[in-house]
Design a protein around this ligand. Structure first.
Ligand code: NAP
Length: 290
């Protein structure tokens, strides 16, 4: 990669950033399309975020990704928010257009693009159950609502958190119910009726790969689409259980890939070389797993 006076720069603000998959994934994509662009990771400490956002304008960066701990604290520092970013209350992509900074959230859109690509599933008119109500669940639930889901059922350990998300979703016009893990019969019935089941808690994530949610017996069936947002490991215990029952399963790696694909396309206004980005992501993941 040759950096010269015409190179366009974008990057990642996070703290820490050392484990991010984004720099190799985006730089490989720029190279594939012969774009004179570069993606740089910036370790921005929380107290320096306001100066870092000013630097996006001052240094004329095309845009940046945001990761932990900046996704929410960045909101008041931006000029405009996309409808999804506003409803989610978190930003993972900034676009700089002549000094005007717009915040977007491609986590949810990355998720819906991944399931559409892998299974042809679209949210319009569908019944969906989401296990969890944290940041990832919020992004996915908002996007599914914006894309026309008819009903979303939220199941979370902390009921208040689910109720708060339910309020946001009702504001977007979707029917919402909140269930708890202590209602196994209603839960089993609701899961069986769902077109899509999304596991959005951190349960089963490395190193606790044998941990599992208190799922009722017989809650999966053939014809359903079941996703786990956890991508470490790729094949979770949750997905294996759903697969055994005949459901079509989708791992969390797709969401990770397509949130990046969406960001790439927003910055460059070109179709992303998805295969190249996927290859780098999978390779990087294998290195990390060693
Ligand atoms: P978060 O905001 O911290 O939320 C964690 C969620 O997991 C909450 O709903 C929490 O319930 C629930 N939870 C945690 N431990 C639990 C347990 N023992 N039993 C039942 N519920 C439990 O985290 P997040 O950002 O939403 O991330 C959630 C998962 O999604 C993580 O594994 C993360 O790696 C993954 N993720 C994947 C992608 C992707 O691109 N594939 C993107 C973002 C996140 P309470 O509210 O009751 O605490």
């Amino acid at each position: 990669m040759l950096i010269d006076g015409k190179t366009t720069t974008c990057g990642l603000f996070g703290y820490p950033v050392v484990h991010s998959f984004s720099p190799p994934m985006h730089n490989a994509a720029f190279q594939k399309l012969n774009l004179n662009w570069v993606y740089v990771p910036f370790a921005v400490e929380p107290q320096h975020l306001p100066q870092a956002v000013l630097a996006v304008r001052a240094l004329k960066l095309a845009g940046v990704n945001l990761t932990v701990p900046h996704k929410e604290t960045v909101l008041p520092l931006l000029d405009e928010l996309s409808p999804a970013a506003k409803a989610i209350g978190a930003v993972n992509v900034i676009i700089n257009e002549a000094g005007k900074l717009t915040g977007h959230n491609t986590d949810g859109a990355g998720f819906t693009r991944a399931i559409k690509t892998e299974t042809s599933f679209t949210a319009q008119g569908k019944r969906i159950i989401i296990l969890g109500a944290g940041g990832a669940a919020r992004a996915v639930a908002v996007q599914l609502s914006l894309e026309g889901a008819i009903e979303i059922v939220l199941v979370n350990r902390t009921v208040n958190r689910a109720e708060k998300l339910a309020q946001t979703l009702r504001g977007l016009g979707v029917m919402v119910r909140v269930l708890t893990w202590e209602q196994p019969e209603v839960l089993a019935e609701t899961m069986l009726k769902a077109d899509l089941i999304v596991q959005a808690t951190s349960t089963g994530m490395h190193p606790n790969i044998d941990a599992c949610l208190p799922l009722p017996l017989g809650c999966f069936q053939a014809g359903q689409i079941v996703c786990d947002l956890v991508y470490n490991p790729v094949q979770t215990k949750f997905l294996r259980t759903a697969q055994t029952a005949g459901a079509t399963t989708v791992s969390g790696l797709g969401m990770l890939l397509y949130q990046g694909v969406q960001a790439f396309e927003m910055w460059t206004k070109k179709t992303a070389p998805v295969d190249v980005m996927k290859q780098v992501l999978y390779k990087q993941k294998l290195i990390d797993d060693d």
